[in-house]
Design a protein around this ligand. Structure first.
Ligand SMILES: [Zn+2]
Length: 60
């Protein structure tokens, strides 16, 4: 379970494992695809590689 700031809902909502439709390990991190409560499909990039990318962006 994690929280998501949905642009469509315009609110912060909880996403449960049952809402996750796919999970993929990529070079940029773990890409989670899930269906929000409003019905839109969204993605979240997480994991060690994603944090490294964000740290790199912040440091640049
Ligand atoms: Zn939503």
């Amino acid at each position: 379970m994690f929280d998501n700031n949905c642009q469509v809902c315009a609110s912060r909502v909880l996403i449960f494992p049952s809402q996750i439709t796919s999970l993929a390990n990529t070079d940029h991190g773990i890409v989670l695809t899930f269906t929000c409560w409003c019905g839109t499909e969204q993605t979240l990039v997480t994991g060690k590689a994603a944090r490294a990318d964000r740290d790199h962006v912040v440091a640049a």
